[in-house]
Design a protein around this ligand. Sequence first.
Ligand code: AMP
Length: 347
Amino acid sequence: MPDATVESPRPGAALSGKRLRVLSGMQPTGRMHLGNYLGALRNWVQLQDQYECVFFVADYHSLTTVTDPASIRPAITEMVLDWLATGLDPQRSIIFRQSDLPEVAELHLLLSMTTPLGWLERVPSYKEKVAQFPDNQNYGLLGYPVLQAADILLPRADRVPVGEDQAPHIELTREIARRFNHLFGQVFPEPQGLFTEIPRVMGTDGVSKMSKSRGNTIGMLDSPEQIRKTVMTMVTDVERPLRSDAGHPERCNVCALHRFFSPDRLAEIWQGEREARTGCVEVKRWLAEAIADHFAPMREKRAGLAAQPGLVDDVLADGARRARVAARETLNMAREACGLAVSSTAV
Ligand code: AMP
């Protein structure tokens, strides 16, 4: 990882300015599943040791696909409770809700004026969404990367944690920033991807990525009983129809999850499968126990947090207040650069 302790004397830096700033967000999907945990959250928790972290709930983004407005606010509360229980620390990091900072919407507007349409039409996820929702080809889907660029540029993030496959998304943000800077003068630093190895966690069906929309998730902070119930439904090694057949742990999603939750017993479990000494039911039972044990302290912490009324609202309000300082500075710089009046309400 790059050295995060380099002084960063950026103009407009309004957070501590001492460590490199990392930004990451997630759409409000409610309770977190193992994919969210292994693919993002546990990394976020670690990043806090090295970076000045800004984490946000991407509720504006969710409007491109959400059809039930009433579900958004409760989903935010549930998700942020899971974040806090996992170890995101509002004392060390800024945790805020995107729509609490409408500055991001204005920056999105300014950036949209200089972003060529062709850049957006070429984005693979836009093409996929258009194919997926042929009756709802809204501007939000096309403008998604511009809003994403605004998310990243507004707090002047230095690093954005992504998997290698998402490098083009960061590149687009860099191009959007570069073009604005080229046309109006240097306003935005160009962020870099912080490339972390992000596993692709497969769902209980064993064939597709774990995702709420596919109904194949294992809730990370579910009760041990619920975890057991879900894990027991997992599809295992389809090439091992009989208990007496040799197994192929490298092709079994239950065995793959043991990598994360039973590292000390992994070799033994995989060997037992290969030699048909263990059956799938046993291996699933062990996995359910290992998952439930892994999350036991977080489950307990979550129960304590959930019992504090207004906690999430307070965390998000404080996060928005802190994030707004840098946001207003950046927005004013952008407004000034492109010839608009500088907002009198700005810091
Ligand atoms: P989503 O709610 O699908 O947008 O996911 C939020 C975050 O969790 C993203 O950073 C994803 O990288 C991560 N994530 C979600 N599902 C998975 C998965 N099945 N495997 C790995 N990472 C995932």
